[in-house]
Design a protein around this ligand. Sequence first.
Ligand SMILES: O=C(O)[C@H](O)COP(=O)(O)O
Length: 405
Amino acid sequence: MKYVIVLCDGMADEPIQELGGRTPLEAAATPNMDRFAQDSEIGMVRTVPEGMAPGSDTANLSVIGYDPQKYYTGRSPLEALSIGVDMEPTDVSFRCNIVTLTEDEQAYEDRVIIDHSSDEISTEDAAVLVEALKDGLKKDGYEFYVGTSYRHLLIWKNGEILELTPPHDILTRRIGEYLPKDNVLREMMEKSYQILSNHPLNLERKKKGLNPANSAWFWGAGTRPMLASFEEKNKKKGAMISAVDLLKGIAVGAGMQNIYVEGANGGLHTNYAGKAQAAVDALTKDGCDFAYIHIEAPDEMGHQGNVQNKIKSIENIDSYIIGPVAESLKNAGEDFRMLVLPDHPTPISVRTHTGEPVPYMLYDSRKAENGMETYDEKAASKTGIRVEEGYTLIDHLFENRRTTC
Ligand SMILES: O=C(O)[C@H](O)COP(=O)(O)O
């Protein structure tokens, strides 16, 4: 028996006027999801416990079966596990986004944040800028590390956990109110603008019509996490297929295998087919029981407020991942259970995450359930099936009795 989770980051949304009151998931052409919906269990699951901040950190921990109320120690330390930073118990790590601020204002605090991802900057280009920050912001007890695309890391030795604002929560706002209260971090951010705004790589980007990656932005602070072993807990060997350090870091912490896929980049133009193939190979050739396929694109399109591209990312998941994975497992003679769901909503209307429950679809190749015509937010609400503790859903996927992990 094989088990698959297809995690469509930020896919859930709200009815949108320009889509005639449909959500992007309803509006997308998803023949595979619709086909499976008719034979699947469909319901709603709360992945972000009430009172916790909605994000892929808390929500994916739940989906992989770790109660975030017990295991969550911040976002950045999970990413540090993937980046390979061996954190001391007294280290505090921070996510360091390379963001785009407006450039016309005199004072740093008057600038407006217009892009949390600097036009999805490549890791290669971002690495050049992070090197410039390492040189220009050198300070005892503070260390920068390169991550993926716009997502990087700052470790503060013997540091403090600070309340900081995620940049994707304040797009189009003046930054003054959201700057760190801590003087060192605040000064580092201001100085990062001086280092980056006239960096040759940014002058080049502006010529090409791309957003300049002109400031560091710190958030997501936390200390080293301790996750229980996925294999010991579930008696299943698991593989993670994701482009982003957050998911790869959760996999490192849980002792799952991370599989690298060429061209997987966390953006709209990621290698969807390569991810599907990597999952099939892990399950049929490499002895894995479980594959977690994470696709960041719908979330990023939600943050960008781009409805058509959000729809496109969902259609790509349907045609290049859900259909082919199911087909390949069937052709390999494998029985399988496949769970499709977002981690959290990233509604186009707010361009950030919300903590509302999300729709899930659980398909079992051995048996047909009384499903729905389609898999989407409305269909899932109508079934009345609701899982309140998201971290228990994986036990349902594995047909286990509930655990308390
Ligand atoms: O900064 C990021 O990686 C994303 O914009 C945050 O969204 P996520 O929590 O869905 O990954």
